[in-house]
Design a protein around this ligand. Structure first.
Ligand code: A3P
Length: 345
């Protein structure tokens, strides 16, 4: 009898203990997210006067509690009506460059309470079939957001596709355009690595990078190879400049985003006229991944998928030297046009 009572007591204590630990964990988690719900500092002159570009802070403060569901596209009709949620055309687009770190940039910007990302690459402007479906089709692909949040999408193919600048201009001539670049030879090898992995997945063989990047007849850089062409940033940018002034572009240093993301993100916040809300707390280095990962609050964090940060194959140093020499004059022109200089060899 006594033994039974003791067992019952132990059971009760166990349940109470679990409840207490659960509540404690919940509170800790709440404090983490509440921390990010603190009222925001008033916008000062740095962000300009109230206007089209300004993000209403009222909207930001509500974001955290509800956004998780909206992002997943789960907003119910009731929620949409209650919170005046809308699907908005993007105010900023990450137009490229493929393998520059476009996904990392989008995900990191999405840490900002005023930013809502379109998760998928929409390929509206570079794909004729999609483009023919019209702007309403594009808008319907956007996530739900508060009217004063900004939507950002990324489709790296936009940067190199001929028709895209004019098409985006027709949608919104004052849109903000983000380009993330890496040292051109590294980017080209990263591009090659992605294609190589795709071939390997299908059990196909593929050429070595050296064979593709160098023309065997001339022994010069093969400018017909897409991975090389994409890295001639200035050539593509010049096409964009026929439609948009240089001030409408912001160049992100993709190499620095890997090693030191916060200052790069702060520059983007400024460019987008957003109050500075992304902090070191939101970014932590994950030694296993070898990259920075994202921390939303004390319980919710994530690293990018394993397809980001592949190991590159070793490339013949003479080929690397040749490529770097080839890109050099284009890089100089790129620095000159954009006003952003990199230490690329
Ligand atoms: P590698 O796979 O060559 O390392 P994109 O998203 O445009 O395809 O770019 C992919 C690149 O983003 C990766 O190239 C990787 O180096 C870079 N990157 C930058 N920040 C990263 C991060 N925090 N986690 C993973 N990859 C990141």
């Amino acid at each position: 009898m006594l033994f039974k009572q003791q067992a019952l007591l132990r059971q009760k204590l166990f349940v109470l203990g679990s409840l207490a630990i659960g509540s404690l964990l919940y509170l800790v988690a709440r404090v983490g997210s509440l921390d990010r719900l603190q009222p925001l500092c008033p916008i000062d002159g740095r962000f300009g006067s109230r206007g089209q570009d300004e993000i209403q802070l009222r909207a930001l403060q509500f974001k955290r509690g509800l956004l998780h569901e909206f992002r997943k596209g789960n907003a119910t009709k009731e929620q949409i009506r209650l919170h005046n949620l809308v699907q908005q055309l993007p105010k900023a687009i990450i137009i490229g460059v493929r393998k520059g770190g476009t996904r990392a940039l989008l995900e990191m910007l999405n840490l900002h309470p005023a930013v809502v990302k379109a998760s998928q690459e929409i390929h509206f402007f570079d794909n004729d079939e999609n483009y023919a479906k019209g702007i309403e089709w594009y808008r319907k692909k956007m996530p739900f957001s508060y009217p004063h949040q900004i939507t950002i999408e990324k489709s790296p193919a936009y940067f190199i596709t001929e028709e895209v600048p004019e098409r985006i201009y027709k949608m919104n001539s004052s849109i903000k355009l983000l380009i993330i670049v890496r040292e051109p030879t590294t980017r080209a090898i990263s591009d090659y690595t992605q294609v190589l992995e795709g071939k390997e997945r299908k059990n196909k063989t593929y050429y070595k990078f050296e064979k593709l990047a160098i023309d065997p007849n001339t022994c010069e850089v093969n400018t017909k190879y897409k991975a090389v062409r994409t890295s001639i940033y200035t050539k593509h940018l010049e096409r964009w400049l026929k439609y948009f002034p240089v001030e409408q572009f912001h160049i992100v240093d993709g190499d620095r985003l890997i090693t030191e993301p916060l200052p790069e993100l702060q520059l983007v916040e400024k460019f987008l006229n957003l109050p500075p809300r992304i902090s070191q707390y939101n970014l932590y280095f994950n030694a296993t991944r070898g990259f920075y990962c994202l921390r939303f609050n004390i319980v919710f964090n994530k690293c990018l998928a394993g397809s980001k940060g592949r190991i590159h194959p070793e490339v013949d140093t003479s080929v690397i030297t040749k490529l770097r020499k080839f890109f050099h004059p284009f890089n100089q022109k790129f620095y000159q046009i954009t006003g952003r200089t990199f230490n690329w060899p």
